[in-house]
Design a protein around this ligand. Sequence first.
Ligand SMILES: [Zn+2]
Length: 74
Amino acid sequence: MFIWDFSALFALVLILCVGLVLTWWIVYNLNRDKQGGEDRIIEYFRQCHYCGYVYLDYFQNSPCRCPRCMSYHD
Ligand SMILES: [Zn+2]
């Protein structure tokens, strides 16, 4: 017969917590793959036409400004 002592309860709680975190991680990764995940971040990449600096433009303003040389370009 199984005896429920402190170590058995601790092991059970630990296994449940690890299972919960693993389940959350799997669901998070499945949802991220459905939404395009890393494909969406490519839209934000911009390269300055004057100095060649590559940066992320999350606001996507039409005349955006290079953070390095401060020049405007499309
Ligand atoms: Zn620049």
